[in-house]
Design a protein around this ligand. Structure first.
Ligand SMILES: [Cu+2]
Length: 122
């Protein structure tokens, strides 16, 4: 008797998980927005990105020359990437404001001035 109950519960949770997975195929309102950023000495393009609070996003970072990085200290994000090996920063901004990211891989004399600003709106 007891076993039957447990089996039922397991079955039910499997069903619940199954429907969760299925709903992932619906025209997902929360599929992350992908933003391509190209990087070279000593700039990000675009250098300004506007995001919406709560909207999942993936910054896809590719370099045209040497290895670079992008770090947002305040957001706890850091990616490093090399030519032919793009990096990704996947996150959902949870507060509005401006956040300045810096290159996190030393890449030459202009390295310190490389910034990308995220403008997160409500
Ligand atoms: Cu750098």
């Amino acid at each position: 008797m007891k076993l039957g109950l447990v089996t039922k519960t397991v079955l039910l949770s499997c069903l619940a998980m199954g429907s969760l997975t299925l709903s992932g195929f619906a025209p997902a309102p929360d599929a992350p927005r992908r933003i391509e950023v190209s990087v070279k000495k000593f700039a990000y393009s675009p250098a300004d990105v506007t995001l919406k609070k709560g909207e999942p996003v993936v910054l896809v970072l590719s370099t045209e020359d040497v290895g670079h990085g992008l770090k947002f200290k305040e957001l706890g994000l850091d990616a490093k990437f090399n030519k032919g090996k793009p990096g990704e920063l996947a996150f959902t901004p949870d507060k509005a404001g401006d956040f300045v990211g810096h290159c996190s891989v030393f890449c030459g004399s202009g390295h310190g001035s490389m910034t990308l600003t995220l403008h997160v709106t409500e």
